[in-house]
Structures are given as C-alpha cells and as structure tokens.
Design a protein around this ligand. Sequence first.
Ligand SMILES: CC(C)(COP(=O)(O)OP(=O)(O)OC[C@H]1O[C@@H](n2cnc3c(N)ncnc32)[C@H](O)[C@@H]1OP(=O)(O)O)[C@@H](O)C(=O)NCCC(=O)NCCS
Length: 427
Amino acid sequence: MTDTTPATLTVRDNRDGSEHELTITDGAVSASEFGKQTGLALYDPGFTNTASCRSAVTYIDGEAGILEYRGYPIEQLAESSTYLEVAYLLIHGELPTQQQHEEWVHEITFHTYVHENVKSLMQGFRYDAHPMGMLLSSVGALSTFYPESRDIHDEQVRHEQIVRMIAKMPTLGAWSFRHAQGKPYIYPDNELSYAENFLSMLFKMSERQYDADPRLVRALEILFILHADHEQNCSTNAVRSVGSSQVDPYSAVSAGIAALYGPLHGGANEAVLKMLRKIKTKDNIPAFMEGVKKGDERLMGFGHRVYKNYDPRATIIKKACDDVFEVTGVNPLLEIAQELEKIALEDEYFVKRKLYPNVDFYSGLIYEALQFPAEMFTVLFAIPRTSGWLAQWLELVDDKEQKIARPKQIYTGERQLKFVPAAERWA
Ligand SMILES: CC(C)(COP(=O)(O)OP(=O)(O)OC[C@H]1O[C@@H](n2cnc3c(N)ncnc32)[C@H](O)[C@@H]1OP(=O)(O)O)[C@@H](O)C(=O)NCCC(=O)NCCS
C-alpha cells in the first residue's frame, strides 16, 4: 500500500519552543499558512525564493538548461514552428488544428491596423523619443480605444483584446522605430506573414511591396519564438501584479513593457555589443578576461539567475547567426564573441561558477546585422513577449487562488512623532 500521509515540515520557534507543522505541496509550503501558525513574515526581496502562482505555461530547469512552452521543448518549436503557432500554443494551452490555425492567423492579420488617433498620438512624441517609451504609452493608450476591455471576466472580450494586442504590437513597434528616423509610418500589409509585415513596416520605402529575404524572415521568426515567454521574470511579474487589480489587459501589458525597459531586464544585449566594441580585436581578449577575473569587468551575455548551464536559447540564436550573416555579411564583432565564448567555456573561473552564454550573448549581433539601432532591441523583445504576458494574464484571471498583489513590508521608519505646523517649525 502506498503511504498517503502528506509530506510536512516542522518548524520550531526557539523563542518559546512552540512547533508548527506545515504541509508540503509541490515542493513548497504556504507562506500564508506559515504566517498564520508562526506569526512571522517571510522576508524575500526580489522574490528569489517565493512562488507567486501556479502556472502551466512555461517550464524551465536551469541546472539542465531546459526550456519548454506548454511542455514542448524550445528547440523543436524554434526548428519547426512559427511565432503565431507558438503564440496560439501559449494562449490556448495546446497546438491548433489546421482550422484553428487558419482562423487565428486570419484574426491576427486583420487586426494589425490601429485607430488613426493612435497614429496622431505617436506623432506627438518628440523627434528623438525612445521607441520603448513610445511603445509602452501607445499600448497603454489602447485601453481608451477599447473601453470594453475592462470587462475582463467576459471570455469573448478577453479573446478580442488578446488578438488585438498580438496583432498591433508590430505596428506600434515599427512606427516607434520610423518616428525617430523622421520617416513616414508604413501601414500594415495583410498579404504578408507576421514577421514579413513587421519588416515591411520597419523598412519599406517607395516600393509597391516590401520583399524581405526569407532567411531574414525566418531568423526574426526564430527570435520571436525564443522570446515569447520565460515564466515569472520581472516583466511577467509586473503584468501579473498590475493585472491582479483587475485592470484591463492593455494597462497590465504596458506595465510589462515598462519593466522590460529597465537595463537589468531587456538591456544586456546592447551591453554585449558595447563590450565587444571595447575589446576591439582578438589580441585584447586575454587582458579583458584577466580584468573579468579580477572583478574589474563583467563578461556581458554570460551567466543567468536561473540557467546554470548553456541557455538553450543561446544555442539556437548562435545557429541563426550563420543564416543572417550569409545575407548581411559577417559582423566583425562575431569573431571576438566566438573567441570569448571559447576561452570562457574552458576557463576555471567560469566553469566553477557555472557561467555560460545567455540569450543576449548573440542576439545583439543579429539585431545589429538586421540594421536595428540599440534602442530597438527591447522593442524587438516586447513584441513577441506579448503572447507570453497575455497567456500568463489569462491564467491569472481564471485562477481562483489569486488575490490582489500586496506584499508585506518590514517597517524601519519612525513612529508616533509629534507634528509641529510649518509656521511654528519655521518661526
Ligand atoms: C545575469 C546575472 C545578473 C545573474 O546574476 P546572479 O544570479 O545574481 O549571479 P551572481 O552575480 O551572484 O554571480 C555568481 C558569481 O559569478 C560571477 N559572475 C556572474 N556573472 C558574471 C559575468 N557575466 N562575468 C563575470 N563574472 C560573473 C559573480 O561575480 C559571482 O562571483 P563570486 O561568487 O566570486 O562573487 C549575472 O550573471 C550578470 O551580471 N551577467 C551579465 C549580464 C547579462 O548578461 N545579463 C543578461 C541576463 S539574461
């Protein structure tokens, strides 16, 4: 007979000898149960050891270097799927039938246009506005164009906003790119695929239809697949946290974009390019590596909070580099990156600390080869991550265990001071 006694954890409070028994479920104990029994809070800045939700969207095993969306390994999706199919998978939890796929692609394709007033709103930004600031404001503004989106408990309404957001993201991202260049905004072309249409809105000039190289389209598609979700990272946590107030999904996603804007989240690939430029030639690598080991420098694009192995996305991006450079010509910085990687993977400092290339080590090189300025890198991240944010938001809305996000604090300030009115204090 199997033992059905639940696994428990006994906590002994040495202040008074009291013991508390907590049930262990799925490798966790309930923090609220812990609080009720012991009267103690759990102190965890940055949530490094706090599970905020149950989720069936994305699985990561950082030690083994595994990433799966809805159970499908990222390598297989990057190899044989498309971004829109992956977005369907993330949102719906399973792969589409042929008919579901056709309907999904049709819906997304026909919602790529935005209200003309959104265009006017974007045109009102300063000539040198950062595209990420433009993107987050315009996504937030969409909530005013679709006030029904506040009805988050209506399944059909939710579906419409999800389609709209995934569809409009490339339009808004491309327009924020054209804005800084002083070029006219290009309207979506519904004859083109998701990635082709994005490239068209970014780069089309006077030609009748933008004709992108299929190898570049595929590389972009792969980058979109790799960035679609990454479980409870900073921006997803922001979407869930803001979404827990039951605000509309545009406002929740714009909070995610704001989180991604920060250099600790979406900015490492730009830092990799800066580092490679600073190193300049292969001859300078040994001196640079000595600086890293002494703690004077950091090898950007290496190391990860979760992955203690090769980030599986880095392996796929490295392969995609070859295809892109075949079209655009090799970025001379690639040689330095490859040499750095080779040296680091054999060096005891990096081996001992389990530091491997992460997703950002090669992605900046590809983006640069595709003619994107560094400010666009996070926009290129936000566009595909929208499907992951929305999949997580949907899960949140339907999760009966979720409550409004409201962490505790440990108060460290003054108490019970006597207020003296300004006129008396300044007399
Ligand atoms: C991603 C990152 C912030 C993870 O940080 P973390 O989980 O807090 O890991 P730590 O900073 O505690 O690093 C552990 C050890 O490895 C070292 N280390 C981590 N990343 C390093 C790097 N890129 N170069 C050199 N040393 C590094 C730390 O100095 C530390 O060494 P110590 O034990 O001697 O003090 C960190 O690896 C980093 O800064 N990487 C470079 C930036 C980057 O590529 N970010 C994109 C992430 S997708």
